[in-house]
Design a protein around this ligand. Structure first.
Ligand code: G4P
Length: 283
């Protein structure tokens, strides 16, 4: 689900999430593994008042596996525990509870020392639209709950749902707006579906994405669109013209751009990760 954000939405969502996070031990921040850095919301650390965060890189089945591993290492160097997940194709997600217990080991040990035999971990899923918050919540609680509150500013009575031996989840995920002042981040979020189709230009997204695929995933372009070695040398607008013709769309470049975005989102262009590992983290 993509959402059109307005300042009123943002303020309301921010206030609600801050209020709800007061009751949790752990924040489950869901990001898209194809854009693990661009889909993080910098407000979370602030709204969560420094509560521990488990970063869940979801849709790992669609991301470049090598980069996912590198990003996990990068986050570790930044002091953030991150795990890769494919919530759609797994019926159970036991690793979330296990890692949650590891992150909160000290707190849980203190509770046990006070005589609480089975201390409960209370957590809440948060993240930008379409990263898989509802899917993860449903998998964790092992039933299909209608997540009616999954919209900015929607209030309803909050409930804690059992999500494992020691894990309880707030029944409504927190939806945050993506940060995309940087046009490249906006293009990445658009390609992966976190921002609404109404607020980006398909041709900008495709110019950005084709340029990136030419550099990092040329074989995937060869495979899906039969791009030749000579075509890989073309400037991106010329490549778009060539591919539009090849697909029989004559001069309908918009049609090609729409198809490219749909193909990328459906996984037809293979696995990809758009966030590059920062140089300082490679050392
Ligand atoms: P949200 O609450 O964060 O907004 O996301 P939601 O769970 O609704 O998931 C968004 C889409 O992503 C859904 O597809 C869902 O099935 C898919 N999805 C969730 N987790 C994964 C994953 O680990 N891997 C893959 N490949 N897909 C995942 P959808 O129902 O088809 O919705 P849409 O694509 O039409 O928006």
């Amino acid at each position: 689900m993509t959402i059109q954000w307005y300042p009123g939405h943002m303020a309301k969502a921010q206030k609600q999430i801050k209020e709800r996070l007061k009751a949790v031990d752990l924040i489950l921040e869901i990001v898209d593994a194809r854009v693990p850095e661009s889909s993080i919301n910098p407000m979370i650390a602030e709204l969560g008042q420094n509560k521990p965060i488990l970063l869940i890189m979801n849709k790992a089945d669609m991301a470049d596996a090598k980069r996912t591993q590198q990003w996990i290492e990068t986050f570790k160097k930044r002091g953030i525990t991150a795990i890769a997940l494919d919530a759609q194709h797994k019926s159970k997600l036991p690793q979330i509870e296990k890692v949650a217990q590891e992150i909160l080991a000290d707190k849980l040990a203190k509770k046990r020392a006070k005589g609480i035999l089975n201390p409960v971990i209370r957590a809440m899923c948060v993240g930008v639209p379409n990263v898989g918050k509802s899917t993860i919540l449903n998998r964790l609680v092992q039933k299909n709950i209608a997540i009616t509150g999954n919209k900015p500013g929607v209030t309803k009575n909050q409930q804690w749902l059992k999500a494992g031996q020691s894990l309880e989840l707030l029944d409504t995920p927190g939806v945050l707006w993506p940060k995309f002042e940087d046009p490249a981040v906006g293009n990445k979020l658009a390609l992966t579906g976190a921002i609404s189709d109404a607020i980006y230009h398909a041709d900008d997204v495709v110019v950005y994405a084709l340029d990136y695929f030419k550099d990092f995933y040329p074989h995937q372009l060869e495979k899906e669109y039969h791009v030749t070695a000579a075509e890989l040398e073309l400037e991106v607008p010329d490549l778009i013209m060539a591919l539009t013709k090849r697909l029989g769309f004559k001069e309908d470049y918009d049609r090609f751009c729409t198809k490219f975005i749909t193909d990328a989102r459906k996984g037809k262009l293979g696995r990809f990760t758009l966030d590059i590992i920062p140089v300082e983290a490679q050392a």
